[in-house]
Design a protein around this ligand. Structure first.
Ligand SMILES: Cc1cc2nc3c(=O)[nH]c(=O)nc-3n(C[C@H](O)[C@H](O)[C@H](O)COP(=O)(O)OP(=O)(O)OC[C@H]3O[C@@H](n4cnc5c(N)ncnc54)[C@H](O)[C@@H]3O)c2cc1C
Length: 435
C-alpha cells in the first residue's frame, strides 16, 4: 500500500477513535450502572455507525484527492469492507439499544421495541436500516451476478436517502443531543460528504461536458471484439490526464447514455485528443464496438494512481493481462527509463487477442525496451506467472518498479509471484479492472 493510502487509513482510524471518545461519557455512565453490556454496545456501535456512514459517502464521492492517492479499485474494496462493517455496527446498535431499553424499563423485548420506535426519528432510522439491508443483500455476489451493473448501481443510490433518513436520529441520540460541539462536528462531516458527492458525481461531469465538448472522431478495430475510440475535446490540458489513468466515459447515444463505464487511456493524451480502447465483455462494451464518429461524450476524471509519479527505481517492468494492456500501452510509451531498463510482459490467451502489437514493437524498438508476449494456455510453463518465470524474464526484477494491470485472478498470481521474488511492496503498483 502506498504511503498516502496508509496515511488516509490512519486519518480514518483517528476519526473513529475520536468518535468513541465522544461516546465516552455515555459509555462510562452505562458501565457504572449494574446492567448488562447492552447500553455500552448501543452507545459505541451507534456512534461508530454514524461516523462510518459519512466515511463511506466520502469514499465513494469520486473525490480526486482520494481516487488518485488510493486508487479507485482499492477504494471500492475499502468501501465494500467498510460497508459490511457499517452494517454490522448499525445492527448491533439497534439490537443492543432495544435490549438495553427493555432492561431499563424492566419490560419484554417486543414492548420495548414498540416504545423505542415511538421515539423521535426512530421510524426514519428504521426505514434507513431496512434500505441498508436491502442494498447489502443486492451486493451479495450471487444476487449481483444476476443483475446488470446499471440496475445494481441504481439500487445502491438508495443509500444516499438512507443516510439522510438516519441523520436526524444521530443528532438526537443520547451521545450527541445536548452536546453542541458534537452536533456541529457531525453535521459538518455529513454536509462535507454530501458536497463532495454533489461536486464530483454530478457537477463535475456536467461541467466537463460543457467545458470540453468531447466527441468521437475516430473508431478503429484492434482485434476481434476490441475497438479503439479517439475522442476530441477542447482545453483538455486543464484536466491534466496522465498515462496510466482512466476516465468514466458516457457516450450520448440512445443505447449508451445511461451508464458511464471506466476505460483507461490507451495512448498518452496528445493535444486535444484522447484514446481509449474497449474490449467487448458485456452489453455496455458491446454497444461501444459500434459507436460512430460524431457522438458526444461526457467524462468524469481523470482518475487512477497507477502513474509514473509512483516511481521509486530507475528500472521498470510493466505487466499486462488481456485488455489490461490499455494503461500499460500508454505507460510503455512515456514512462522514463533508460534503454534496457524498461520491460513489458504481456499475457494474452491467443495471438488473436493481442492488441497494439505493431505499436508495442515500434515503441520497444524506439526506446530500447523489451516486450515479452506470453501467449497460450496458463498451463504452459512459459506462461506461468510465478516468481521463477518473472525473474527469468527480468533478472533484476527486485530492483525495478513493477506496474500491473490484469484481471483479478491474474493479478492475484502476479502479486504472489512479485512478493516471492522479493520486490519490496513500495515498488509494486497495480490496478485491477474490477470494482
Ligand atoms: C479502472 C478501470 C479501468 C478499465 N479500463 C478498461 C479499458 O481500458 N478497456 C476495457 O476494455 N475495459 C476496461 N475496464 C473494464 C470495463 O470498465 C468493463 O469491462 C465494462 O465497464 C463492462 O461493462 P459491460 O456493460 O460491457 O459489461 P457487464 O457485463 O455489465 O459488466 C462486466 C463487468 O464490468 C463491471 N462494470 C460494468 N459496468 C461498469 C461501470 N459502469 N463501472 C464500473 N464497473 C462496471 C461489472 O461489475 C462487471 O464485473 C476497466 C475497468 C476499470 C475498473
Amino acid at each position: 500500500m502506498s504511503d498516502r493510502a496508509t496515511r488516509i487509513l490512519l486519518v480514518i482510524g483517528a476519526g473513529a477513535a475520536a468518535t468513541v471518545a465522544l461516546a465516552a461519557p455515555g459509555t462510562l455512565a452505562a458501565l457504572a450502572a449494574p446492567s448488562s453490556l447492552a447500553p455500552v454496545i448501543a452507545h459505541n456501535a451507534g456512534m461508530l455507525a454514524g461516523y462510518g456512514a459519512a466515511v463511506m459517502l466520502v469514499m465513494m464521492s469520486r473525490w480526486p484527492l482520494l481516487e488518485n492517492a488510493v486508487g479507485a479499485d482499492r477504494l471500492a474494496r475499502w468501501h465494500a469492507t467498510g460497508g459490511r462493517t457499517f452494517l454490522v455496527l448499525a445492527l448491533m446498535h439497534a439490537i443492543a439499544a432495544v435490549q438495553g431499553w427493555a432492561q431499563v424499563r424492566r419490560i419484554a423485548v417486543l414492548p420495548a421495541l414498540a416504545e423505542v420506535l415511538g421515539m423521535p426519528g426512530l421510524i426514519a432510522a428504521t426505514v434507513a436500516t431496512a434500505l441498508f439491508l436491502f442494498v447489502a443483500a443486492m451486493s451479495i455476489r450471487a444476487a449481483r451476478r444476476r443483475m446488470s451493473y446499471e440496475r445494481w448501481h441504481l439500487t445502491h443510490l438508495s443509500v444516499y436517502a438512507a443516510v439522510g433518513l438516519s441523520f436526524g436520529h444521530e443528532l438526537a441520540g443520547p451521545d450527541v443531543a445536548g452536546n453542541r460541539a458534537a452536533q456541529i462536528t457531525l453535521s459538518l462531516l455529513y454536509v462535507y460528504a454530501y458536497v463532495l458527492v454533489l461536486r464530483y458525481r454530478v457537477i463535475s461531469p456536467v461541467w466537463q461536458a460543457f467545458r470540453h465538448r468531447m466527441r468521437v472522431v475516430r473508431v478503429s478495430r484492434e482485434a476481434d471484439g476490441v475497438v479503439s475510440i479517439v475522442v476530441r475535446g477542447r482545453r483538455l490540458g486543464e484536466l491534466s490526464p496522465r498515462p496510466g489513468q482512466f476516465f468514466r466515459w458516457r457516450f450520448l447515444t440512445a443505447r449508451t447514455w445511461q451508464s458511464a463505464h471506466p476505460f483507461s487511456l490507451s495512448a498518452p493524451p496528445i493535444g486535444e485528443f484522447l484514446r481509449l480502447t474497449v474490449k467487448e465483455l458485456g452489453p455496455g462494451s458491446a454497444c461501444l464496438q459500434r459507436i460512430r464518429p460524431g457522438v458526444r461524450v461526457v467524462t468524469e476524471g481523470p482518475y487512477g494512481a497507477m502513474t509514473a509519479e509512483r516511481r521509486t527505481r530507475p528500472g521498470v517492468v510493466l505487466i499486462a493481462g488481456g485488455i489490461g494492456i490499455t494503461p500499460m500501452r500508454a505507460l510503455f510509451e512515456t514512462i522514463g527509463a533508460a534503454p534496457g531498463r524498461l520491460t513489458l510482459i504481456y499475457r494474452a490467451t491467443s495471438v488473436r487477442d493481442i492488441v497494439f502489437r505493431a505499436e508495442l514493437d515500434e515503441i520497444a524498438r524506439r526506446r530500447g525496451a523489451r516486450v515479452h508476449y506470453l501467449v497460450g494456455p496458463s498451463s504452459a510453463s512459459a506462461n506461468r506467472m510465478d516468481a521463477a518465470n518473472l525473474t527469468r524474464l527480468v533478472s533484476d526484477l527486485r530492483d525495478r518498479d513493477v506496474y500491473l494491470c490484469a484481471s483479478p485472478r491474474l493479478a492475484e498470481a502476479v502479486r504472489e509471484a512479485v512478493r516471492e521474488a522479493g520486490v519490496p511492496r513500495a515498488q509494486f503498483h497495480e490496478e485491477v479492472f474490477a470494482f
